[in-house]
Design a protein around this ligand. Structure first.
Ligand code: FE
Length: 218
């Protein structure tokens, strides 16, 4: 299968099915078979400046988050099926996923946990054991996990189990607050949440307040 290549200077696309008539390259010539002296027909960049198209290298955020959600729904239907640590009011939902470094950061709600998740650069090596990652709010310990159809992700447990969550909306609100806190620079935080313990305590306090507010006056 022949792949297209893009000029990293001007984004002209070399399509092997078309070749490059002006340079006497016949249709059907794979990029690898182009003569060494071949250059970008638009900007004259050398052959070495051509790269795989971005779309092939970096799936869009939605596709990666969708794959993550599907992988956890499979876990829910198989390994976790019927285990009593689950909250039947909750389902798998990815919250606040956004670009972070070369990958994505977000929070994943499942019926048994709320976890911060790094979907890293697919080509990057991930340490095999727990390791610290520096987020704007501080350092957190993440653990690698291999997921079918996704690759290696990194997980920091925030709340587990989640049996006390009243409903999906409460879990998603907690996940959204956690993502915002973890990505906020320290000076923007009140109260500061620099450690998992502090973040966890803050989220617990917030959950209690939300419950009290939702109940209203007795
Ligand atoms: Fe070019």
């Amino acid at each position: 299968m022949s792949e297209t290549r893009e000029c990293a200077v001007c984004w002209w696309v070399y399509d092997p099915a078309l070749g490059d008539e002006d340079a006497a390259v016949p249709p059907g010539t794979p990029f690898e078979a182009l003569p060494a002296e071949w250059r970008c027909p638009r900007c004259d960049a050398p052959r070495a400046r051509f790269v795989r198209p971005r779309a092939e290298e970096e799936p869009p955020i939605e596709a990666r988050v969708e794959a993550l959600t599907l992988a956890y729904e499979r876990i829910l239907a198989t390994r976790m099926a019927g285990l009593p640590i689950q909250n039947p009011r909750l389902r798998v939902e990815a919250v606040s996923f956004q670009p972070w470094g070369p990958g994505l950061f977000g929070v994943l709600v499942t019926p048994w946990s709320i976890n911060a998740v790094i979907l890293g650069d697919p080509d990057a090596e991930v340490p095999l054991h727990g390791h610290e990652r520096e987020l704007p709010s501080g350092r957190y310990t993440f653990f690698p996990q291999r997921l079918e159809g996704v690759g290696t992700i990194e997980i920091a447990s925030l709340i587990s189990p989640v049996l006390e969550m009243e409903d999906q909306a409460a879990a998603v609100a907690t996940a959204r607050a956690a993502a915002a806190l973890m990505l906020a620079p320290p000076e923007a935080q009140a109260p500061p949440a620099r450690t998992r313990r502090e973040l966890f305590g803050f989220l617990r306090g917030r959950g209690d307040r939300d419950r009290d507010r939702d109940r209203g006056p007795a």
